[in-house]
Write a protein that binds this ligand. Structure first.
Ligand code: PLI
Length: 459
């Protein structure tokens, strides 16, 4: 028989496994009720396959674990910091580095250094913690992503692109002086893990240079973005992910990073800048909020693991397998007719809850309700990314995001394709009985980032 296709497989094998607890449907119904129908409030012991997030849920390699043992736990001047700093400078090219315990620690410091009250922050779609820190520092976020990004069915290959006309309107209205930076995420999380193209980034660089506006790069998933550039953008087919990542960073002036995603660790982050003044201020603030400027809330062992993880994340074979697994799940879900955000993104599958449950209004929290139903069906934990995550405006009104999604986020190097089969079949079983799924009522709402701790009841 002629071989039709050659499969890919993970560029690693397993040396240790973590055992999972299986539960009954009755146990899961009780657990989700006790959790107020919020998958963030479940105990992980009640979860079978955990697709809540790809953040800090990575499996570290044998090399990372051995580097972990070499961690220098000195309070000041730890050599592990210099290893991490070298890996960041070499691979991303930024000049000055401030370590933080995770991404939002970096966002806090950067926002405090760069944003003044009344400033405008344009960005390619919001992220929850990023926007909140911008607002807490006195800024106002404006979405300047292309319109296609808000349409789950649109197959634009670079839905993370900036609409330069939208940016120009803001610059003309408020003046460049009120815009300390443009906030650019690579592989835009809330759009479904969608990339920005190099071409768009270059054009943005040319425009912002003329206006004297910085670009600050949320580089949490930059390597996944680079993979898509390699796959989809003309001229990059033969360029390594490592080189593409460096080029992306080159067009930006500074960055915040949650190392818990791309960099294959369980905790860590940093802020980076090419400006001495910004660095000086940030290095001073980090001692107030995170820890000394050579550890920023991290143990020496964490910084060693990040240094190794950054290098592993830039390997072409790793990214092929990582995004390949996401694609595998996405194709399975589509084969059952389940509506998902297209094209398939980098870190998870985003199910379109509005299309899945068209009988529910957005005020009945369709994505929140759907995530709860999937958990009840199989113990698979997913996450709401819709009206609950979007939160409220400064005047107290709800944001009504166009995208009402359930995110099936895939941790890196953790689950097998058999797990993906189980997940897809569970979603399909819920899809079959979708007409009977009821909405939810919000009964408790915390002030900040409500999606983490809000509680619901069935309607
Ligand atoms: O969770 P942190 O504080 O390490 O990072 C915050 C953060 C910043 N930017 C982006 C694009 C993120 O995705 C992000 C965190 N994301 C989480 C926790 C997630 O589940 O997607």
């Amino acid at each position: 028989m002629k071989i039709q296709k050659r499969s890919w497989a993970e560029p690693y094998k397993m040396k240790m496994v973590e055992l999972l607890r299986m539960t009954t449907k009755a146990q899961r119904i009780k657990a989700i009720k006790e959790a107020g129908y919020n998958t963030f409030l479940l105990k992980s012991d009640d979860v079978y396959i955990d697709l809540l997030t790809d953040s800090g849920t990575n499996a570290m390699s044998d090399r990372q674990w051995s580097a972990f043992m070499l961690g220098d736990e000195a309070y000041a001047g730890s050599k592990s910091f210099f290893h991490m700093e070298d890996a960041i400078k070499e691979n991303y090219g930024y000049k000055y580095i401030v370590p933080t315990h995770q991404g939002r620690g970096a966002e806090n410091i950067l926002s405090k250094v760069l944003i003044k009250k009344g400033d405008i922050i344009p960005g390619n779609m919001y992220f929850t913690t990023t926007r909140l820190h911008q607002e807490l520092a006195g800024g106002k976020f404006y979405d300047i992503i292309i319109d296609e990004a808000h349409d789950p069915t649109n197959e634009h290959p670079f839905k993370g692109n900036v609409d330069l006309n939208k940016l120009d309107v803001l610059v003309k209205k408020y003046g460049a002086k009120r815009i300390p930076y443009v906030s650019i995420a690579t592989n835009v999380n809330m759009a479904g893990g969608q990339p920005i193209s190099m071409d768009n980034l270059k054009k943005l660089r040319a425009y912002t240079k003329k206006q004297g506006i910085r670009i600050i790069h949320d580089m949490t998933r930059v390597a996944e973005n680079a993979y898509f550039i390699q796959q989809r953008e003309k001229g990059y087919e033969r360029i390594s992910i490592k080189k593409i990542v460096k080029e992306i960073c080159f067009y930006t002036d500074g960055a915040t990073m949650s190392a818990k995603k791309d960099a294959l660790v369980n905790i860590g982050g940093f802020m980076a800048t090419n400006e001495w003044d910004v660095f000086e201020e940030a290095r001073n603030l980090v001692v107030v909020y995170e820890g000394l400027h050579t550890y920023g809330g991290l143990a020496g062992r964490d910084m060693e693991a990040i240094a190794v993880g950054i290098n592993e994340s830039l390997d072409d074979h790793h990214q092929h397998a990582r995004v390949g697994q996401v694609e595998y799940l996405g194709q399975k879900l589509q084969s059952y007719g389940i509506p998902i955000v297209k094209p398939i993104g980098g870190h998870g599958i985003f199910v379109d809850a509005k299309a899945f449950l068209p009988h529910l209004t957005q005020d009945e929290f369709p994505a929140q309700a759907l995530a709860a139903e999937i958990f009840i069906d199989s113990g698979v934990r997913t996450m709401e990314r819709g009206i609950v995550s979007a939160g409220r405006k400064a005047n107290g009104e709800n944001y009504y995001p166009k995208l009402e999604l359930v995110r099936f986020t895939i941790p890196r190097r953790v689950y097998t394709q058999a797990h993906m089969d189980v997940v897809a079949e569970s979603a399909a079983a819920v899809f079959e009985r979708r007409e009977n799924i009821k909405g939810l009522k919000l009964i408790y709402e915390p002030k900040y980032l409500r999606f983490f701790q809000a509680r619901f009841e069935k309607k």
